[in-house]
Design a protein around this ligand. Structure first.
Ligand SMILES: *[C@@H]1O[C@H](CO)[C@@H](O)[C@H](O)[C@H]1NC(C)=O
Ligand SMILES: *[C@@H]1O[C@H](CO)[C@@H](O)[C@H](O)[C@H]1NC(C)=O
Ligand SMILES: *[C@@H]1O[C@H](CO)[C@@H](O)[C@H](O)[C@H]1NC(C)=O
Ligand SMILES: *[C@@H]1O[C@H](CO)[C@@H](O)[C@H](O)[C@H]1NC(C)=O
Ligand SMILES: *[C@@H]1O[C@H](CO)[C@@H](O)[C@H](O)[C@H]1NC(C)=O
Ligand SMILES: *[C@@H]1O[C@H](CO)[C@@H](O)[C@H](O)[C@H]1NC(C)=O
Ligand SMILES: *[C@@H]1O[C@H](CO)[C@@H](O)[C@H](O)[C@H]1NC(C)=O
Length: 542
């Protein structure tokens, strides 16, 4: 499976992490086909399923960077002492002689040769200044890890090291695991092992001492990041219950992200010394050498592709379900009939494809900012308009807010919540509509953006009512001021302030025919009379 040298050799090559064309339904929970043909009442149609590329060796597709860049041994040539034996110092590193050079590519080449090929750093010449090396592996593509990361050292395993990951192409880094002979001393962390983790602490970042001891043991040369042991917390010891893991991955984004990377970084912080004291007279004993790094995984294609190609130095998902982008992370143009969604592992075993559906109806582009997927052609106007705009929108392209709603200025037009309800107070406002910034039109006396407050001189009582009576403006003839809003008059009097005697038959003083009418209208609508009350005309009715 493995190919000779990384990237450089891949430039010419075109590889495919894909399956042979298969026309049988997905094997149980393997998600290896994106669609299959089925017979239905309507004849032969496609059945769409969640799918993912096969897992494989990801070291074939990475770009490796060393920091500092000139940390590889051999320029100028150096001699090294054998680890086991400080008196054997005849190992040479010379960058200009192929047989004696130890470039970074040798960490990713074919293993099983004799002698082993490996990358090697310069020795710890600047002791006690720390010997720090960063080995950064970049895919420029999101990858989902499917098996343990295994680093095989040719030198002793480092006494301190950190494995880090990035999910954003190297912009930010998070630790994955700490490694030390003494976790407390090196990182002030309690030593743990992956066996200490539970389903609830799976995402914890631990420091382990498991891979830093055994200075020169020939069979103790690997440092691991245990993916499978973590999977096993959900899928059982033999990973026999992958359905349970997939179900968990489906519903827990943090868990999915934990196993997803775009880059990995090995930070070598202190080489193996095998003793408490560093032999300062013989620093050629201390260096890092790595013969192999294994990274198994698959392209992350959001369950919308079952193959991933390496072309022009770049991994790309071969998206199906009318999706596009390096990770099939969006709907294709003209297939935006509904919002993009990742495929789902559930229900097991076929999952849910969540395909993108056409946004086109008829020969013309139906652009409704995702608020409708139906358009209608209006012949008279020779134009296409969106039909049944949802999310409280309206307009030819559902680009306006329905009456009673206003635009959230910070939201994009295709946001489901772009239109906000005016929420005008039904008593304080003229109508349920508002202006472009959500201000309602208030009735007299009311104020505030939603007309929920009263101006001075007004009182809230299902809207703002003018103050009619109080200590200063008294009800007359024994009338009682009620809530400052009206005078409750004795039977013989009427008027806003009970200032008028009630008319009895044709009695004198009731000469004005209008006054009786006004008095009748008074109780239900005192507000209407307010201007009259204040106007001098009131004293001498027309
Ligand atoms: C290694 O990378 C870390 C960040 O991940 C950075 O802080 C550190 O300076 C780097 N060390 C070297 C030697 O480049
Ligand atoms: C690597 O380069 C840096 C700066 O360019 C220099 O200071 C350092 O001595 C070099 N190290 C080696 C081992 O050549
Ligand atoms: C990463 O991929 C993008 C395309 O997705 C490309 O534009 C960019 O140049 C690539 N970066 C590197 C460092 O290869
Ligand atoms: C390392 O130490 C041994 C024994 O002290 C000595 O023979 C050898 O020359 C030293 N190597 C170097 C590179 O100094
Ligand atoms: C898009 O999806 C439709 C089904 O909705 C399918 O018939 C068609 O082949 C797909 N087109 C592409 C380019 O994938
Ligand atoms: C307006 O939209 C922005 C962006 O979507 C959102 O953060 C904000 O909460 C919205 N405002 C209201 C009042 O809903
Ligand atoms: C809405 O009305 C308020 C209050 O009158 C005013 O401040 C604001 O500028 C108006 N907004 C628009 C878009 O007219």
């Amino acid at each position: 499976m493995r190919q000779p040298v990384l990237l450089l050799a891949m430039q010419a090559a075109w590889s495919c992490l894909c399956r042979a064309t298969q026309h049988y339904p997905a094997a149980w929970g393997h998600y290896d086909v994106c669609k299959s043909q089925v017979y239905t009442d309507e004849g032969l149609t496609w059945d769409y399923m969640a799918c993912q590329p096969e897992a494989g060796d990801m070291t074939k597709y990475l770009r490796v960077t060393l920091d500092p860049p000139n940390i590889t041994c051999g320029d100028p040539p150096e001699t090294y002492c054998a680890l086991e034996n400080p008196y054997m110092c005849n190992n040479e590193c010379d960058a200009n002689t192929v047989e004696l050079a130890h470039p970074p590519e040798l960490m990713f080449d074919f293993e099983g040769r004799n002698p082993t090929t490996f990358w090697q750093s310069t020795s710890w010449r600047k002791y006690p200044k720390p010997l720090l090396v960063n080995i950064t592996m970049s895919w420029n593509k999101t990858i989902e890890l499917t098996d343990d990361i295994v680093i095989t050292f040719e030198s002793g395993r480092p006494e301190q090291m950190v494995l880090e990951k990035s999910l954003d192409y190297g912009r930010t880094w998070q630790p994955y695991q700490f490694y030390a002979t003494d976790c407390l001393d090196a990182f002030t962390m309690d030593p743990k092992t992956v066996q200490d983790l539970t389903q609830h602490t799976l995402l914890d970042i631990i420091c382990t001492e498991d891979y830093s001891r055994g200075y020169v043991w020939k069979y103790d040369k690997t440092v691991r990041f245990e993916i499978k042991d973590r999977f096993a917390l959900f899928a059982g010891p033999q990973l026999h219950n992958m359905a349970s893991l997939y179900g968990q991955l489906d519903t827990t984004k943090n868990l999915r992200d934990f196993f997803t990377i775009t880059d990995l970084r090995i930070r070598l912080l202190r080489p193996a010394t095998g003793a408490t004291m560093v032999d300062e007279n013989n620093l050629s004993r201390y260096f890092y050498a790595i013969s192999d790094i294994k990274v198994q995984g698959r392209c992350k294609c959001n369950l919308h592709a079952n193959s991933c190609v390496f072309d022009k130095e770049k991994l790309t998902c071969e998206c199906e379900h009318n999706t596009t982008g390096p990770d099939c992370g969006r709907c294709k143009k003209n297939y935006q009939g509904r919002a993009w969604n990742s495929g789902s592992y559930l229900p097991i075993p076929k999952g849910t494809a969540n395909i993108c559906v056409p946004s086109i109806v008829g020969p013309v582009n139906c652009e409704c900012f995702g608020h409708s997927n139906r358009c209608s052609y209006i012949e008279l106007l020779n134009t296409v308009i969106c039909v049944s705009c949802k999310h409280n929108t309206r307009g030819q392209h559902c680009q306006l807010c329905k009456l009673g709603y206003y635009r959230n200025a910070t939201a994009e037009l295709d946001d489901k919540n772009v239109c906000l309800e005016c929420k005008c107070d039904p008593f304080g406002s003229e109508s349920d509509r508002c202006n472009g910034t959500g201000f309602c039109k208030c009735k007299e006396g009311a104020t505030g953006p939603k007309c929920t407050e009263c101006q001075p001189g007004y009182l809230w009582n299902n809207g703002c009512k003018s103050r009619v009576c109080d200590e200063l403006l008294r009800c007359q003839n024994g009338g009682v001021c009620h809530n400052n809003l009206r005078c409750q008059c004795p039977a013989a009097f009427t008027g806003l302030l009970c200032e008028k005697p009630r008319c009895e038959g044709e009695a004198a003083g009731c000469g004005d025919p209008d006054s009786g009418q006004a008095a009748l209208r008074l109780p239900p609508t005192p507000l209407l009379l307010l201007p009259l009350l204040l106007a001098p005309a009131w004293a001498a009715p027309l």
